[in-house]
Design a protein. Sequence first.
Length: 159
Amino acid sequence: MNADKQFEQLGLNLPPAPAPLGVYKPCLIVDGKYLYLSGHGPVQDDRSLIIGRIGRDMTMEEGKLAARQVGLTMLSTIKSHLGSLDKVKRVVKVLGMVNCTPEFEKHPYIINGCSELFAAVWGPDNGVGTRSAVGFGSLPDNIPVEIEAVFELNEEWEK
């Protein structure tokens, strides 16, 4: 089954793809083969952001759901720029940044919210790539999670 159909079966909604609020591109294709996504935050359907620090304002479960929402935002960017999730061959690298209290140590658990979504969309082989999950003392606008990623594109992605 293709990625667009897999996503449809999940019954989830894509939020609006965010527009850049600074001097950067939300995504960039390099060598016609790799799609780089800039750091994304948890954009909701009404364009508002989920905000809060994990360990203070949010629980681990709420943080994991926020990371899934970041994944949905990233999928929205992919779909708006490429037209289809099927044009992605595989996830190469995910960097997850967690806005948390100094004593919080479960960063990978939080980023699993995004990683599990990608695995559900592209499958356990192509949807799981390399990953880092790290804690930060703050993130822009007090969002709980920011994630950036690199994807490999299918050879026929331009068609």
